[in-house]
Ligand binder design. Sequence first.
Ligand code: SAM
Length: 268
Amino acid sequence: MRFDLITIFPEFFASLLGHGVLRRALAGGLVVVEVHDLRGFAHDRHRTVDDRPFGGGEGMVLKPEPLAEAVESLGMAPKSERDPRRAQVILLSAQGARFTQAVARELAALERVVLLCGRYEGVDERVNELLCDRELSIGDYVLSGGELGAAVIVDATARLLPGVLGNEASSEFESFGVADAGPATCDAPPRSTYGAGGLLDYPHYTRPAEFRGMAVPQVLSQGDHAAIRRWRREQALAKTWRNRPDLLEGAELSVEDRAVLAKLKSRA
Ligand code: SAM
């Protein structure tokens, strides 16, 4: 999969691309990320990419010509001829639809994604209409620029690509994961990250067994895989109910899950 990022701060992405999972994915050729300096598409010697807003008001707006030329230089088909199931141009915007794990899964199925990073008061709206397949927001707050949003999208999407995470299952069985098939038999050891099935992940522990007077939950060191599995599911349900009750609406819940939730609610 290939990402092209268009920005006035190309150096912003050095840290994202130089560390951890993404650095290894790039080195292994599993993902390609190209960063393009929007100022390279400016038309004057001051490399101007912004101008005052029509109608007056605060701040500056990114001009349409450099952005259009930057996208066209990438050999992307015009919007009317583009197949959005293969390639998309996406505008980062606080006014966009919310970027979620489900959207990350959608993007991970594409061959190519071009991300336009806004700055100042935003981007001339004609860029959105003429060039972009969608607008995405990474959350309900206003950032100074689209670069952080683009970094979030590249990271969350790339780690879903086959082979990027060492353990294929690990992107499936974590917070917001889809399927929760569970292990084939109850006697099998639980997967290191046991399915979340639309819930938040359960809490994780490692050594030491006791830290500042706090012991690791006993069930995790007793080798009873079925009990561990049950405990983890209960914890995932409890955490989701406490922190993100909205996720319970869309989660796959078994009869046992519903009983656990009923108990939690009755204790509250
Ligand atoms: N005037 C805009 C508004 O009120 O919606 C805010 C512009 S913001 C200061 C500058 C740029 O940051 C935007 O063009 C966009 O690219 C990016 N940005 C800001 N908030 C964002 C968010 N929540 N998600 C994604 N990008 C965001």
